[in-house]
Design a protein around this ligand. Structure first.
Ligand code: 5GP
Length: 205
């Protein structure tokens, strides 16, 4: 018998190149009743990315219109592009009975925590800035992009204090199982139980 509990928003943030996307993919394979929130973005679609699966790719005018209509739970400008979590996406996932995984930046994470204090913020760290630089170079990113991302990484890392959990990705398998453990433990917290637990154990039920 399962105990009814409130749905949870899990937020994962990490500097670009930390391996966050791979970690999220692995976690979604391991935990079926956890669904990824698909964000809207004005950034250009990269090869292999699918509209509606990786992102909803929209133009700036559409994004601005959505801001005006208050369609976003949160939105932010990251590397000159706009990214936002839509209320519709979140509400649909919540009413479908899933917990939600959000891959968003540190500004978005702070806003989610303000709006949903029971959300869980997980920060993934690279083993070092040197290692991060090596990983970004391996991705064949341009020098200027690497420089910008490294600069932003130090700024982002300083935001770890707002997070509930900090995990270092120096070993992918271990980082995945640590995120897995956080999700399992958070799901078992007594504060998340819906209604009165004792009612289920009264009158021989
Ligand atoms: P990328 O362009 O590499 O997919 O993502 C760039 C950054 O934008 C990442 O840090 C990612 O977590 C963040 N991001 C993606 N979607 C959202 C969103 O809906 N809101 C916010 N605040 N950040 C987002």
């Amino acid at each position: 018998m399962g105990i009814g509990r409130r749905r949870i928003l899990f937020v994962i943030s990490a500097p670009s190149g930390t391996g966050k996307t791979t970690i999220c993919e692995r976690i979604l394979q391991k935990i079926p009743d956890l669904k990824m929130s698909v964000s809207h973005t004005t950034r250009k679609q990269r090869p292999g990315e699918r509209h509606g699966i990786d992102y909803y790719f929209v133009d700036k005018e559409t994004f601005q219109e959505m801001i005006k209509n208050e369609d976003f739970v949160e939105w932010a400008e990251v590397y000159g592009n706009f990214y936002g979590t839509s209320k519709k996406v979140i509400n649909e996932l919540l009413s479908g009975g899933s917990d939600i995984l959000l891959d968003i930046d540190t500004q978005g994470a702070k806003n989610i925590k303000k709006l949903y204090p029971a959300s869980v913020l997980i920060f993934i760290l690279p083993p070092s800035i040197k290692e991060l630089e090596r990983r970004l170079k391996k991705r064949n990113e341009e020098e200027e992009t690497i420089r910008k991302r490294i600069e932003k990484a130090s700024e982002e890392i300083s935001q770890y204090i707002f997070y509930d959990y900090v995990i270092i990705n120096d070993d992918l398998e271990r980082a995945v199982s640590e995120v897995f453990c956080v999700i399992c433990a958070e799901r078992l917290k007594k504060d998340r139980i819906n209604g009165k637990l004792m009612d289920k154990f009264k009158n021989g039920r």
